[in-house]
Design a protein around this ligand. Sequence first.
Ligand SMILES: [Zn+2]
Ligand SMILES: [Zn+2]
Length: 368
Amino acid sequence: MPLAAVMTAPNQPVEVQQLPEPILEKGGIIIETLYSEVCGTDVHLLHGRLEGVPYPIIPGHFSVGRVVETGGAVSDVNGKLIQPGAIATFLDVHETCYNCWYCLVAKASTRCPKRKVYGVTYSAKDGLLGGWSELIYLKPGVKVLTLPEEVSPKQFIAGGCALPTALHAIDRAQIQIGDVVVVQGCGPVGLSAAILALLSGAGKVIVIDKFESRLVVAKSFGVDETLAIRADDPRQHIERVLELTNGHGADVTIEATGIPIAVKEGLNMTRNGGRYVIVGHYTNTGEILINPHLEINLKHIDIRGTWGIDFSHFYRMIELLKRHSDSSKNIAWSSIISRSYTLKEINQALVDVEQGSVLKAVIQPNLS
Ligand SMILES: [Zn+2]
Ligand SMILES: [Zn+2]
């Protein structure tokens, strides 16, 4: 029987449990997990900060593995047959209906109420539906892609859920060639956004974080300026952005911190007529005071939220990794990974991610 790491309830240690073998349906796929990841969402899950989560769950929403068996002929979106032995990944979001008001009228499918998410909204009682498990069961209809040979499983998981999330934020940011882009926060999403801003033709990319260790990684990916937030001088990074932009502020600022005050600071670092994209507020962390006249209307600023990802972001993420893979010496994605953990080490991984002592934690469930 396969082993999986189960989050039984909020604020309880994660337990490694033996769970029943998956029952393969027509159109379903069983994969043997090579990598999954621990991200900020999993820390939120641990503390019960997301609504409607059916504990006990097997977390792990972004994963990659080797196909063990398929229920009959199953093809990917390009019509390619998925064969046993192939290295495959899948979009965690499943059952978007394309039949409701959100999907059809608002064209905001990431807000579809029918959506289910692997590792988040499925109970461990429903099967192996999360990545912190030796095997993952992909239900019929899960959107699967096989990795191209240029992209290793390690490169894929180094991108992880942060890369398509950042890609969505970059779409919302509509960067123009030569723009000055500020990224607030250098966790996996912020770092990915900074890399994508460079690829999008930004004239200058400035990354802000409180951890020097993260800023060093951002520098290694070629960002132009890194600014550490100083506790003794909390406005210094804002002043520095203004200095670096002739007093105007950035053309585009992307928030990837999840800290409310960052939004007020970000608006103050963005130029008149600029764009401000919020992607870091995945959970409710409270409120801040904004002056609607001075900070929004007078500035003629665009403020855009970014909720979740859809299949297009996932698909384009893999195309991006293929074009800029480690092997071509373009972007050293794998260096984003700080440490790999086994199933038994999951509780340590969660602590490390929460404390920010690792940038990216990956799980290898079949290593012991
Ligand atoms: Zn829908
Ligand atoms: Zn995630």
